[in-house]
Design a binder for this molecule. Structure first.
Ligand code: AMP
Ligand code: MG
Length: 490
C-alpha cells in the first residue's frame, strides 16, 4: 500500500518506543488526499478501499511499517518539560516519494503510548479537520509544512468538554524531528545521542552541508536559516502558529502541529488566537523573536557536541544565532517586495512596507483582501477606489502611501499587466479563514455534513486563482462573525 524505507527505526532504541496503534471501532476515510498519495507512490485505490481505512485508522499494520512513538522534550510557553514525546501519534515509517524525497507517515490520534501521560491518545474530529484544511492550504500557498494524507473517523467518541466524534489524521512530514528531540537527550546528559541525532538530521534534511567537519554546527546554521525563512513566509500570509513551543518547532523547517493556529483577518501585529496565550508570547509579530528563542534552545542542546574546547562551542553557536535577524529580515523583505510588486531592491523599501502596515493596523484593514486588491490597482490606478473603500472611516488615509508606492513602481521595468499577474502569484485570494473553518467543522461534527469541508479544501488547493463562484470564501467575516479565539487542538 505504501513502500516503507525506514531509517529512524535503525537509530538506538532509546530514541523511541515501539508501539502500535490501538484499533478503533469503525474506521471510515472521510478524506483521502489523492495527489499526495500519488506523490508518495502509494497504491491509491487500495488506500481508498476498506483495507486502506484499516491502515489509516490504525487497525492494520501495513507491510514494511515499524510503528513507534518518538521521544522528545520541549519548552512549553517558556517552561521546560523534560519528557513529552508522541502521546497520541504513531510513526508508521518513512516513504521515499516519486520526487525522491523521504517523508514520515504518521497516524495522529492513534491511541495511547508510553508518552501519553494523562491523555487518552486520541484526537477529536474538529482539530483533525482543522489541521487538514490549514496544512493543505499552507502547502498550496507555498509555505513549508507537514501535509495531510487522510482524515478518518473512528466511530468512537472522545471526551473533551463534551463527547465528540473521534478521528485520526495521517500526517506526512519531512520528518518529525523537533528542537525538543535534541532537548530530550541534552536534558539527560546523553551527549552521544545528541551527536547521533545531529548527524542523522543533517544527512536527512541538509545533505549538502554534510562534510564540514562539524555536523552539529552545520545543522544549527541550516535550521536557523530554514526557520528564518519559514517565519518570514508566515508573516507574508498572515499566519499565527499559536503554540511555537520548542516541541512544535521542526528541524526540517516545516510548519508543524496545527493547534490553535489562525490567519489574520484584519491586520493586527499583536494578534493572538490561542486561548491559553495570555502574555501574547506567540502573537503574530512576536513570531520571529520566538523562533530565535527556540533556536537558542536548540543551540544549547547542541553545545557539548559542537565543541568541548574552551568557549569554542558558545562562540560558534552565538555567531550563528547572531545571523538570524539579518536572515529573517532579508527573507521578510523578499516576501513583502513580491506582495508589493517590486522586483528591484531599493533602500526605502522597508519604510514603504512599514508605512503600509501601520495604516492597515490603525484602520483594522483586512490583510489578505487589501493585498489582493492592490494587485488589481497595480495594473489600473482607477481601481484605487477599491483600496480606499477598505478605509471607510478615513478614505484618504492611504493616499500618501499609494502615491509613494506608485513613485516606487516607476523604478520597475515590467509592464503593469505583468506586474499585476506576478502580484497575484504572491497575494492569495483565498486563505483558510477562521470563520469558514469553524463553519466547516461545525457542519461535519454536529451534522455529519462534510460538504463545507470539501468545498473549503478544494478552493484552497488554488489560493492564488480567483474562483468567482466561491467568492464568499474570500470575504472577511462580518464583525459579528470574527473568531477571536481558537482552542488548543487536543
Ligand atoms: P500538542 O499540543 O498537540 O503539540 O501536544 C503536546 C504534547 O501533549 C505532546 O507530547 C502530545 O503527544 C501530548 N498530547 C496532546 N494531546 C494528547 C492526548 N489526547 N493524549 C495523549 N497525549 C496528548
Ligand atoms: Mg506538538
Amino acid at each position: 500500500m505504501l513502500h516503507f524505507d525506514n531509517t529512524y527505526a535503525r537509530l538506538p532504541e532509546r530514541f523511541y518506543a515501539r508501539v502500535g496503534a490501538t484499533p478503533v471501532d469503525a474506521p471510515r476515510v472521510v478524506r483521502l488526499n489523492r495527489p499526495l498519495a500519488e506523490l508518495l507512490g502509494a497504491d491509491v485505490e487500495r488506500l481508498a478501499s476498506p483495507a486502506g481505512a484499516d491502515v489509516l485508522g490504525g487497525n492494520a499494520v501495513p507491510e514494511g511499517a515499524e510503528p513507534m512513538a518518538l521521544a522528545y522534550a520541549g519548552h512549553q510557553f517558556g517552561h521546560f518539560v523534560p519528557q513529552l514525546g508522541d502521546g497520541r501519534a504513531i510513526l508508521l515509517g518513512e516513504v521515499v516519494g516519486r520526487d525522491g524525497r523521504r517523508r514520515d507517515v504518521q497516524l495522529k490520534g492513534a491511541g495511547r503510548t508510553p508518552f501519553s501521560r494523562g491523555g487518552d491518545g486520541r484526537a477529536a474530529l474538529g482539530p483533525v479537520l482543522r489541521e487538514y484544511v490549514v496544512g493543505e492550504a499552507m502547502a498550496a500557498l507555498g509555505v513549508p509544512t507537514t501535509r495531510a494524507l487522510a482524515a478518518v473517523t473512528t466511530g468512537e467518541r472522545v471526551f473533551r468538554d463534551e463527547p465528540l466524534p473521534g478521528a485520526v489524521l495521517t500526517r506526512v512530514a519531512a520528518s518529525h524531528l523537533r528542537v525538543g528531540t535534541f532537548q530530550f537527550f541534552a536534558a539527560r546528559g546523553d551527549t552521544e545521542a545528541v551527536r547521533i541525532l545531529a548527524t542523522y538530521a543533517l544527512a536527512r534534511h541538509y545533505p549538502d552541508s554534510v562534510g564540514s567537519g562539524n555536523d552539529a554546527l552545520a545543522l544549527l546554521e541550516r535550521v536557523i536559516g530554514a526557520q528564518a525563512d519559514l517565519v518570514a513566509r508566515w508573516l507574508g500570509v498572515g499566519f499565527v502558529h499559536g503554540v511555537m513551543n520548542t516541541d512544535n518547532t521542526a528541524i526540517s523547517g516545516e510548519t508543524i502541529d496545527y493547534g490553535p493556529c489562525a490567519f489574520l483577518d484584519e491586520y493586527d501585529p499583536a494578534k493572538t488566537f490561542s486561548s491559553i496565550d495570555h502574555g501574547g508570547r506567540y502573537a503574530f509579530s512576536n513570531q520571529p523573536r520566538i523562533a530565535l528563542w527556540n533556536l537558542s534552545r536548540l543551540a544549547e542542546a547542541l553545545l557539548p557536541v559542537i565543541s568541548t574546547v574552551g568557549d569554542e562551542a558558545v562562540r560558534g553557536a552565538t555567531g550563528r544565532l547572531g545571523r538570524f535577524q539579518a536572515r529573517f529580515e532579508e527573507a521578510y523583505l523578499r516576501v513583502m517586495r513580491a506582495k508589493l510588486g517590486l522586483a528591484q531592491e531599493q533602500p526605502d523599501d522597508p519604510a514603504l512596507v512599514e508605512g503600509l502596515l501601520a495604516r492597515l493596523a490603525a484602520h483594522e484593514v483586512d490583510y489578505t483582501l487589501f493585498f489582493r486588491r492592490l494587485c488589481a490597482a497595480a495594473a489600473d490606478p482607477s481601481l484605487d477606489a477599491g483600496l480606499a473603500a477598505l478605509f471607510p472611516r478615513e478614505p484618504e488615509a492611504l493616499r500618501s502611501w499609494i502615491e509613494a508606492w506608485r513613485r516606487r513602481l516607476d523604478f520597475e521595468g515590467d509592464p503593469p499587466e505583468a506586474r499585476a499577474a506576478a502580484m497575484r502569484r504572491a497575494n492569495p485570494a483565498f486563505i483558510p479563514r477562521n470563520h469558514r473553518i469553524e463553519e466547516a467543522i461545525e457542519a461535519a461534527v454536529r451534522r455529519g455534513d462534510f460538504q463545507p469541508f470539501e468545498t473549503l479544501v478544494e478552493v484552497l488547493e488554488r489560493p492564488y486563482v480567483d474562483q468567482p463562484d466561491r467568492a464568499y470564501l474570500a470575504e472577511p467575516p462580518a464583525p459579528e462573525r470574527r473568531v477571536y479565539q481558537t482552542f488548543c487542538g487536543t
